[in-house]
Write a protein that binds this ligand. Sequence first.
Ligand code: DX5
Ligand code: ZN
Length: 232
Amino acid sequence: MTAIHPSILNCDIAHLADELDRVTGAAGAGKGADGIHVDVMDNHFVPNLSWGLPVVEAVLAHTSLPVDAHLMIRDADRWAPAYAEAGCQIVTPHAEATTAPVRLARELHRLGAGAGIALRPATPLEAVADVLGEFDLLLLMTVEPGFGGQPFIESMLSKIRRARELVGARGLNLRVQVDGGITSQTIERAAQAGADVFVAGSAVYRAEDALAAIRELREAASSHRHDRSHDH
Ligand code: DX5
Ligand code: ZN
């Protein structure tokens, strides 16, 4: 199932509640955002500082949408569990910032959250291939993490394709999320390559009508869905 998760990184932070409401579809009608993507940055793992647990807790208290926490922070083994305890539906540390990813995934599950694992563009899939069965979501960065509004790195399409093949070959129950530079154009190629959860920051929040932008992204992704019947 195609899912669109707006990233609030570059929304109007002074009006965070309104900005969350802007992407939430009317109750029952569905079709707004499928989840909210919160980018936690510590100015060490990436050259930018965003927010931490208190802001994520405020988001959780305001929205009824599932929240996925993308942790661009060092020492994720230490900090990630609190985001699960707070009620995030999925908590996604970076593979490059985790010393014991399997132990951490199990800890996140024990605390009632889904476990994701994120890869920077230059980190090969092989870094996590053997432990993917422990996770619910693989986040493939399609820009260098740290900032919104950057162009999609086209060479990531083959990584998405290989990730989808791996999921098919192993029969894994794993979502493939892409994050960075997702627009109504790039989403088609990412969907075709096999991604099924799409993070979009500027494409949603810079649009006049955020719900229309989400609809457009979802339609573009759904009509270019990877044909899984070709997977083994
Ligand atoms: C970048 C973040 C992204 C970012 C996406 O490090 O992980 O979630 O906000 O923004 P866009 O869609 O503008 O690339
Ligand atoms: Zn992100």
